[in-house]
Ligand binder design. Structure first.
Ligand SMILES: [Zn+2]
Length: 85
């Protein structure tokens, strides 16, 4: 909790009905042998956590040496005003 002026703000995960959805994506972390940069391929973002995993298997089929991935999760948060306006 942080006080800015006389208003107290709390940051919390946004679980309201109209909150943006939790989304998932996978990206490839495999380094290219040539210049040591990441492959940078990324799955489409999905609200279904299993869909990006399917993308990873497809990516592996296309690039059999790409075996390192990161899951990118976007979780909505919201600032909640507690004090007087
Ligand atoms: Zn890759």
């Amino acid at each position: 909790m942080t006080t800015l002026g006389f208003v107290r703000w709390t940051l919390r995960p946004d679980k309201d009905e109209d909150a943006p959805p939790l989304t998932y994506a996978f990206r490839c972390l495999t380094l290219a042998a040539a210049d040591d940069t990441e492959c940078d391929a990324k799955s489409p973002t999905s609200t279904d956590p299993t869909e990006p995993q399917t993308w990873a298997f497809d990516h592996l089929r296309a690039h059999p040496e790409h075996t390192s991935y990161a899951e990118v999760i976007e979780r909505p948060w919201v600032m909640w005003r507690e004090g007087p306006a």
